[in-house]
Design a protein. Sequence first.
Length: 249
Amino acid sequence: MAAERHHILLLAGTQEARLLAKALADAFPERRLTVSFAGAVRDLPELDVPVRVGGFGGVAGLIDYAGRDKVSLIIDATHPFAARMSGNAVEAARALDLPLIRLERPQWTSEPGDRWHPVASTTEAAARLPAGARAFLAIGRKDIQLFCRRTDIFGLVRMIEPPSAPLPEHWKLILKRPPLSAEEEIALFQTHRISHVVTKNSGGMSSYAKIDAARRLGLDVIMVERPVLAETETVPDIRAVIRALGSAP
Ligand code: NAP
């Protein structure tokens, strides 16, 4: 019975969430842990903990799952742009009176030499690129179609798995998972004569090299700002999650 009371549901979706899963299993071997993935990419990591894949079916589905599986604590370690999942977690935790901790890595901030143009959405980012731009697009599978209408630009698209619809013929697709070094990014941008980098403000180090490279080459960066998430207890790193759980029931 006591073991059932300690069931941690970890909502994953980032490299950090994978590291957190391991850290939790090491720190709290007596607690049950389930790691949940949206299933947006097929290439799931090998984790030594139980994994579930796919949406819960909105807030009602998450409440149902958490109630049925006796979840005692939810950790939201989804991507900072996964606003719907984060909102659902807040609502479900409230409804079930469960503790919820969000792991949210700090966002990137501009430094001297950066040429950032902040925008509120990927739609705005696509509109902001000038005609003739040679854009490096690191914005994910879900949003790439917004840019494909811009046949007046060249797009160098990098993502983990191929897009669901073809890209314009004169564009180039690279399938690769970060991290890369700033030197690799500089070489890539120079080879393709990139003029603009388009990215979400994801934060963290694993995909920061492109920001560093853009600064060093003096490139314009269209920076999509983070969505505002429903408020909940938020910590910035894995160590803080482990600390917070040490005092959780
Ligand atoms: P979202 O719009 O917040 O989520 C959409 C739905 O996917 C959720 O309502 C939920 O479905 C399901 N879902 C999301 N994360 C889940 C998880 N960990 N476990 C189970 N179901 C989950 O977020 P998104 O569509 O995943 O991503 C939005 C943006 O975030 C993307 O465009 C991308 O730029 C960025 N991003 C996300 C991830 C990721 O793995 N989530 C990774 C990298 C980047 P139900 O409502 O049915 O439960």
